[in-house]
Design a protein around this ligand. Sequence first.
Ligand SMILES: O=c1ccn([C@@H]2O[C@H](COP(=O)(O)OP(=O)(O)O[C@H]3OC[C@@H](O)[C@H](O)[C@H]3O)[C@@H](O)[C@H]2O)c(=O)[nH]1
Length: 410
Amino acid sequence: MLSFSRARSQGRNTRPLGGMEYLEPKRKSNVMGKLILVVSLTALCIIMLKHAPSFTSPTAFSRSEEGVTHVLVTGGAGYIGSHAALRLLKDSYRVTIVDNLSRGNLGAVKVLQGLFPEAGRLQFIYADLGDAKAVDKIFSENAFDAVMHFAAVAYVGESTLDPLKYYHNITSNTLVVLEAVARHKVKKLIYSSTCATYGEPDKMPIVEVTPQVPINPYGKAKKMAEDMILDFSKNSDMAVMILRYFNVIGSDPEGRLGEAPKPELREHGRISGACFDAARGVIPGLQVKGTDYKTGDGTCVRDYIDVTDLVDAHVKALEKAKPRNVGIYNVGTGKGRSVKEFVEACKKATGVDIKVDFLPRRPGDYAEVYSDPAKILRDLNWSARYTNLQESLEVAWKWQKTHPHGYASS
Ligand SMILES: O=c1ccn([C@@H]2O[C@H](COP(=O)(O)OP(=O)(O)O[C@H]3OC[C@@H](O)[C@H](O)[C@H]3O)[C@@H](O)[C@H]2O)c(=O)[nH]1
């Protein structure tokens, strides 16, 4: 506080007030000063948000304070990771997202921040999981109760063209995460694995003990990551859940999040993105890759699982994960649908008579995979609820239509 004499010596006006000296504020210049400060800070914030993809909450989050579980969601700016973060936040978990935005979208994080602006709920950290020092710093500064490791490149076709990218991004980066998890004694790890680790089994449906013989670098890289986690878990108190997803579709039923792959990766894109791009007219038509497989109609058969169901499986896995235990689960509907069936459902969902071209097979593809989801029902009491393919695609299409440029549209 300024004393009166000091105020006077600083040239500020005073006038008597009933025996007391009343300090007359330099109102105009103060207001101007504040205005300039506010304008500068606002401008600084806008510049930071526009140009710097990295921003972190000033206060690191702690572990299980007030009984709130703190979950690190790697790849939380991506399609599945963002939906998982939304569900965790809705369920009152504390969430830290780490993402390098190479495949994810800052827009998804901004949506989540808008929904959960309260301090201490959601933190975003821009970092590359290949940077072991940065990762260790994140674990040192935050006490995580659990890690959900989603971050990964995930295009089968791209993995055959650039395998090293896949081994680096999936296998090597998972090792970095695992080392940090071990060093910082995180209690639970939920790992995003894939049906691609099974390759092309002789018998359908796929059960968790079906031999894993992956046939593309994507599946091989994920299998190696699984093996590292399983080996580590043998001498660790950590609770591990490995979820092998089948083909994920759909989006948040309330239309806040969606699937927004990078346009420059369109050539590697998944069937859902390709169908929507064709329906929107962004690409001239859908290319069906391979019509000579030994399946009912000659096109590949996949098990399409709605993202809302998938994140529900994650929350159940998180809740039921037990120390010194490993759970491995297929996450699918148990029903196989061909690419041709998928395209028909997409035509109905979008109301667009999508033009279809038939091309040769895509390298790395297997003919038919669908899950037996009995184990996850038995152990985690989970089963898919959104099993109507067309309805899942309708929900996704709503978001696609309102976001023609992905998150850049909002
Ligand atoms: O434009 C396209 C895209 C895909 N397809 C076909 O659609 C089928 C599904 O292909 P997608 O690329 O959507 O999905 P994939 O089955 O290859 O792998 C997917 O599911 C398992 C997940 O773990 C993977 O991350 C995901 O990419 C394949 O037969 C593929 O050849 C097309 O015919 N045209």
